[in-house]
Design a protein around this ligand. Sequence first.
Ligand SMILES: [Mn+2]
Length: 162
Amino acid sequence: MTMKITVISDSHRNFHRLKSVVERNMDSELFIHLGDGMLEVIDVAKLYPEKPFVFVKGNSDFIKYREERVVNAGGHRIFCTHGHNYNVHWETDPIIRKAYSMRCNIVLFGHTHIYRTECVNGMYIMNPGSLDRPRGKNRPSYGIITINPEGSVSMNIVAFKP
Ligand SMILES: [Mn+2]
């Protein structure tokens, strides 16, 4: 079966947008939130106890919680972190090196509020952008990862339509 993962970051207390992304993507096996939105992801997760939510703490989350985590999904290992500890505004090498060192082949981060997806030397990289405060001319966005039954990965950015 094809596995769908919805990836969100930087919702910055926009509970309603986060809830509506979850509602529009209920066919997801997993929801990953990459930080700066822990309060609302905890609240939204309570509404859907049957759905797994994974999240990490961002630099604007003032709750004590883990900043990194590895998720196993569809035969892949996914390194999840907010990104502020890896200088992601300027470079992706440090976060990619860390993901390799954790034996991951997918790395997810937010923090810049600028979406990107790429695959470099077998490492899939996604920043879903910000659901609440996109920078530049970007629309609010989130990401979808699909892993097909053969294990191949595809990544898409979705513009959030209110
Ligand atoms: Mn941040």
